[in-house]
Design a protein around this ligand. Structure first.
Ligand code: HEM
Length: 197
């Protein structure tokens, strides 16, 4: 029988990523909520602009062949069209296109880190979706991109984390995943600072 008292605590890659980015995520959540995004539809549109810019940044991820081979329904996870519809629903023009932060040939490890942030944001998105109801927004108007996946938010997330956790990576690639997630959070934060300035 193994000596459980001295056995190392095994963590998954997704758990390690969560721990590594927890403080950054917490600060981002607080910054967004301090932006009073449920005070009016116009305030909410600022959050939509952040999401639009971030999802333009990562658009090339969804055409990344190495990522598509690993992650179930990668193309179906792309939310840029729904975010654009949400902005149009609220009568807002799409922000002008800027240079995307992510190239199509981004190495797999780094791509996993970026996608972790995009997919993880659906968890907080479920909370935001409920709050958006008080602005009259829902899956058919203004909050389309926050609506839960038909499989359920938790199950859809586990589909991603199972793929993320299963892939074999070298030590330096492990670091690249974390750096990719940190870069993604940094990019979202920069968009937040601009939208809420
Ligand atoms: C675009 C902005 C956001 C990004 C990029 C983002 C990113 C993430 C990520 C990566 C996770 C997954 C953490 C894990 O590994 O379990 C997560 C979870 C979560 N986020 Fe955010 N988030 C964002 C906005 C928000 C906001 C505004 C809130 C405030 C309500 C929020 C609340 C949460 C909650 C409640 C969870 C689930 C935490 C858990 O189950 O442990 N997020 N988010």
């Amino acid at each position: 029988m193994p000596n459980t008292a001295t056995a190392p605590v095994e963590t998954t890659r997704s758990q390690r990523l969560k721990a590594a980015t927890n403080a950054t995520h917490e600060r981002l959540d607080q910054r967004i909520m301090a932006g009073d995004i449920f005070a009016s539809r116009d305030r909410f549109a600022r959050f939509l602009r952040v999401q639009y810019r971030f999802h333009c940044d990562i658009n090339a991820l969804y055409a990344n062949a190495a990522l598509a081979a690993l992650v179930p329904d990668l193309a179906g996870r792309r939310r840029l069209p729904e975010i654009a519809s949400d902005l149009r629903d609220l009568g807002h023009a799409l922000p002008p296109s800027a240079a995307a932060a992510v190239r199509a040939d981004l190495p797999l490890a780094s791509a996993l880190g970026w996608l972790y942030v995009a997919e993880g944001s659906n968890l907080g998105g479920a909370v935001l979706y409920k709050l958006a109801a008080k602005l009259g927004l829902n899956s058919g108007f203004g909050a389309r991109h926050l609506a839960a996946h038909p499989d359920g938010v938790a199950r859809h997330w586990r589909g991603f984390t199972a793929a993320l956790d299963a892939v074999t990576l070298s030590r330096s690639q492990e670091d690249e995943v974390v750096a990719g997630a940190e870069a993604a959070f940094g990019r979202v934060r920069a968009h937040v600072e601009e939208a809420f300035a």
